[in-house]
Design a protein around this ligand. Structure first.
Ligand code: GRF
Length: 212
């Protein structure tokens, strides 16, 4: 059984996709041991409560400095015996102390095909605004391991989504969520839970399912 803590900041639609996948069996051998938000008003915490999950707010604003915040978050992850940290719409930069404590055991969902439209300042709707401004014909989402950079860790899964001429940033964001994010994140968690993601030289290999 792999214990996961899901870190959230907002609406929690990616968290909901994970909850649904666990409840419907698309993710197996996984337990959501904690939902952690930096934002006490995050609707994601209501989603967690509605499914009987432990939701907690650990916010940088509640600590004297980044180091105290990092220590509190790390203590929580250890107390809950977290094996994998899942960033699901989480808008706080993960402190180096956490990245070091969870090498290739933190994953993030980013709403573009990395390395396009990613890095500092690229999050949420802004990513889709830039894709439309550039005029790309295809975008999508990426699940990757978190390393010391921003959106720079080994890529695990990607899924493409076509851009339509009449797309707005909002319509595009919704389609990328529906057709890419909400599918990729649960799939990545299930793959990792079953030891099917190998990392070598900064790249991943997805191992085939054990065919008996
Ligand atoms: C979405 O744009 C997602 O791509 C990004 O965070 C935003 C909100 O996600 N990672 P959620 O609804 O809170 O899961």
């Amino acid at each position: 059984m792999m214990n996961i803590s899901v870190l959230v900041s907002g609406g929690g639609t990616n968290l909901q996709a994970i909850i649904n996948a666990v409840e419907h069996g698309e993710i197996s051998d996984v337990k959501i041991v904690s939902v952690v938000s930096n934002n006490p008003g995050a609707y994601a915490l209501e989603r967690a409560a509605a499914h009987g999950l432990d939701g907690v707010c650990i916010s940088p604003k509640d600590f004297a400095d980044r180091e105290q915040y990092a220590k509190a978050l790390l203590a929580h992850l250890k107390e809950t015996e977290t094996d994998l940290v899942v960033l699901a719409g989480f808008l706080v930069v993960i402190p180096p102390m956490i990245v070091e404590a969870f090498p290739n055991r933190i994953i993030n969902i980013h709403p573009s095909l990395i390395p396009s439209f990613c890095g500092t300042g690229y999050y949420g709707l802004k990513v889709h605004e830039e894709a439309l401004r550039r005029g790309v014909k295809v975008t999508g989402a990426t699940v990757h391991f978190v390393d010391s950079g921003t959106d720079t860790g080994p890529i695990i899964l990607q899924k493409a989504v076509e851009i339509r001429d009449d797309d707005t940033p909002q319509s595009l964001q919704l389609r990328v969520m529906q057709h890419a994010e909400w599918r990729l994140l649960p799939e990545a968690i299930d793959l990792i839970a079953h030891g099917r993601v190998q990392v070598e030289n900064g790249r991943t290999r997805i191992l085939p399912e054990d065919i008996l």
